[in-house]
Ligand binder design. Sequence first.
Ligand code: HEM
Length: 151
Amino acid sequence: MTDAQATDQVTEQATIPVFERIGGMVTIDRLVESFYQRMDTLPDARIIRDMHPADLASTRQVLKRYLTEWTGGPKLYTPEKGHPRLRQRHLGFSIGNAERDAWLTCMRGALEETVKDVAARAELDLALSKLADWMRNQAGNPHDMRAAARP
Ligand code: HEM
């Protein structure tokens, strides 16, 4: 492959939504199943498992719809739920470093198990890490401290 061809390939990859690069709905489905399976069984995830309903069926379905849309697939979340406003939707749950880390432990394991494309997996890991960090809402978290400091 020439350098020009390699550049074209890289450029093209960057414009194809992650949703397609990871294998679409089938992979989102496996990812979310693996994520909640981990949350259900890992001792480290107990603190966040306890926040969730006993029956995770509808939680699973909502996360699948959200992640499908968020990765650039069909819009399955907003038509039903409206604007995600995820941080606001999580304010009812106390989320600090430990909860964020437990969530990410489950998600990283699930990504490793189900997303074969290494570059796409790294992109998802980075973006989800930022999102999980943004979800922290316990007293003293950096997001609200910055907001409180504004005039
Ligand atoms: C940082 C730690 C996090 C914790 C402890 C947490 C916990 C929860 C809990 C307890 C629920 C309610 C589940 C239910 O009642 O069925 C929920 C809902 C949800 N979470 Fe999280 N979450 C976290 C991060 C995230 C992140 C990073 C995302 C984005 C990928 C996310 C996406 C969602 C979605 C889409 C819902 C459903 C919201 C709706 O009702 O429309 N969560 N989360």
